[in-house]
Design a protein around this ligand. Structure first.
Ligand code: PLP
Length: 428
C-alpha cells in the first residue's frame, strides 16, 4: 500500500470522506485522492515522493508558483511579531490600499477569511443597502457555501450532484433567483417579474466553477445596464478571476465596473483571506459606520495580510500577466491540436491565466446546459492518464485549470507530451 493510500485510510476515520473540502475527494473522477506533502514552483509532491506538474495551484492562490521566497519571507517576518492581535494593524491598510489601487472600483475594502465569507457579506450588504431581499445568481456559478448561495451551484456541489444542498431551508433559498449564464433575456425577465425586489446580481465574470466559461461579448455590460435600470447592485465575484484574468481582474479585462467585488484565493497568497469592497457609499453602510453587521475574530490577520501583500507586489511586476496569458494559450491550443490529431472532439476556453477543455462535439460552450452535455466519463479517463504521467489537474470536469508564473517551457512541453499520450490512449 502506498503511503498516500495509508494516510487516506487513516484520515477517513476522523474526517468525513477523509477531506476538509469535498472537491479534494476525487468523487468526480473515481479513485483515492493523492495526499500531498510539499510543493515548490510548478510542482507538487505526494506523500510517496512522486512529483506532479500542478495546474490546481491550491485552487487558484498559487499564481506565483508554490513556496515563493517573497511570500515565505513575508510570512516568517510577520509571524515573528505575533500571530494575531485582534486589534487593528498597519498591514491591513497596506493590503487594502494595494487592492484598491489594482482594482479601482474597490474604493473601500473589508478583509475576511475566505471567499465564502466575502460573498455572504457582500450579499447581506447589498440587501441591507437596497432594502430588498431577492437576488439573482446564475446556474453553474459557485459563490462559496453560504446557505442562500447553494442553489443551482457549481464546483464541488455540481461534481457531487448536489447543486441544491439539503440543510438549506426552502425559506432561505426562496429569495435566490437563478438565471442562465450568458442569457440577458433570462435576467430581464426575472427583473420584470420582481421589479422592485431584486437587491443585486452576483456573477462570476468568467465562470470557473462549471469548467471555464467566459462571458459572451456584451453579457457583463448588459448586466450592468439591467442593474442600473432596476436599481439593483452588481456584484462581481472575482474570488477566482481576481488578479488572474488580468491584474485588475475580469472587470479590467472586460471593462465593466461593478458596485461590489468579492475576492479570495490570490489576495491571500496562500493564506486564508477573502475580501469584499466597492463603492464608498455602499461600503460605509457596513458596521461600524453603518447598520449592516459583519465581523471576524481573525479577519485581517497580520500573517495573512503580509502573504497577500507580498503576492500582489510580485504579481504586479510588468510582463507577468502577458506571460501567464501566453503560457495558458499555449496549453489550451496545444490540447486542442493534439485532440484533433487523435480524432478526439474537444473544445477549449481561455481567459487570461485560466482555461478549460471540454470533451464535446459542440464548437462553443457558453452556459451550464452546454457544460452538462460534455463527456464526463472521457474526462475521468483523461484525468487519470495525466495523473499517472505526473500532471495534476483538478479532479473534476467542472473545474477550470490554473497556470502560474513557475510554469516554464519545460513544464508546458512535458504537459503536452503527456496529453498527446493520453489522447492517443483515449482514441485507441
Ligand atoms: N466564489 C468563487 C467564484 C469561488 O471560486 C469560490 C471557491 O472556489 C468561492 C467563492 C468560495 O471561496 P472559499 O472556498 O475561499 O470559501
Amino acid at each position: 500500500m502506498t503511503k498516500s493510500a495509508q494516510l487516506f485510510q487513516q484520515a477517513r476515520r476522523t474526517i468525513p470522506g477523509g477531506v476538509n473540502s469535498p472537491v479534494r475527494a476525487f468523487a468526480g473522477v473515481g479513485g483515492d485522492p493523492v495526499f500531498m506533502e510539499r510543493a515548490d514552483g510548478a510542482y507538487i509532491f505526494d506523500a510517496d515522493g512522486k512529483a506532479y506538474i500542478d495546474f490546481v495551484g491550491s485552487w487558484g492562490p498559487m499564481i506565483l508558483g508554490h513556496n515563493h521566497s517573497a511570500i515565505r519571507e513575508a510570512v516568517v517576518d510577520a509571524a515573528q511579531r505575533g500571530l494575531s492581535f485582534g486589534a487593528p494593524t498597519e498591514s491591513e491598510t497596506t493590503l487594502s490600499e494595494l487592492v484598491a489601487e489594482l482594482v479601482p472600483s474597490m474604493e473601500m475594502v473589508r478583509m475576511v477569511n475566505s471567499g465564502t465569507e466575502a460573498t455572504m457579506s457582500a450579499i447581506r450588504l447589498a440587501r441591507g443597502f437596497t432594502k430588498r431581499d431577492k437576488f439573482i445568481k446564475f446556474e453553474g456559478n459557485y459563490h462559496g457555501h453560504g446557505d442562500c448561495l447553494l442553489v443551482k451551484a457549481g464546483s464541488g456541489a455540481l461534481t457531487l450532484g448536489e447543486p441544491n444542498s439539503p440543510g438549506v431551508p426552502a425559506d432561505f433559498a426562496k429569495h435566490t433567483l437563478t438565471c442562465t449564464y450568458n442569457d440577458l433575456d433570462s435576467v430581464r425577465q426575472t427583473f420584470e417579474t420582481y421589479p422592485d425586489e431584486v437587491a443585486c446580481i452576483i456573477v462570476e465574470p468568467v465562470s470557473g466553477n462549471m469548467n471555464c466559461v467566459p462571458p459572451q461579448p456584451g453579457f457583463l455590460q448588459g448586466l450592468r445596464e439591467l442593474c442600473d435600470e432596476f436599481g439593483a447592485l452588481l456584484i462581481f465575484d472575482e474570488v477566482m478571476t481576481g488578479f488572474r484574468v488580468a491584474l485588475g481582474g475580469a472587470q479590467a479585462y472586460y471593462d465593466v465596473k461593478p458596485d461590489l467585488t468579492t475576492l479570495g484565493k490570490i489576495v491571500g497568497g496562500g493564506m486564508p483571506v477573502g475580501a469584499f469592497g466597492g463603492r464608498r457609499e455602499v461600503m460605509e453602510y457596513l458596521a461600524p459606520t453603518g447598520p449592516v453587521y459583519q465581523a471576524g475574530t481573525l479577519a485581517g490577520n497580520p500573517v495573512a495580510m503580509a502573504a497577500g501583500h507580498a503576492c500582489l507586489s510580485e504579481l504586479r511586476q510588468p510582463g507577468n500577466h502577458d506571460y501567464l496569458t501566453h503560457v495558458t494559450h499555449q496549453l489550451a491550443e496545444g490540447f486542442k491540436s493534439l485532440a484533433d490529431k487523435h480524432g478526439i472532439a474537444l473544445t477549449t476556453n481561455q481567459a487570461g491565466a485560466m482555461f478549460g477543455f471540454f470533451f464535446t462535439e459542440q464548437e462553443t460552450v457558453t452556459c451550464f446546459k452546454d457544460v452538462q452535455q460534455c463527456d464526463t466519463e472521457r474526462f475521468k479517463r483523461f484525468f487519470h492518464l495525466m495523473l499517472e504521467q505526473g500532471v495534476y489537474l483538478a479532479p473534476s470536469a467542472f473545474e477550470a485549470c490554473f497556470t502560474c508564473l513557475a510554469h516554464g517551457q519545460k513544464e508546458i512541453d512535458a504537459t503536452l507530451a503527456a496529453a498527446d499520450h493520453a489522447f492517443a490512449t483515449l482514441a485507441a
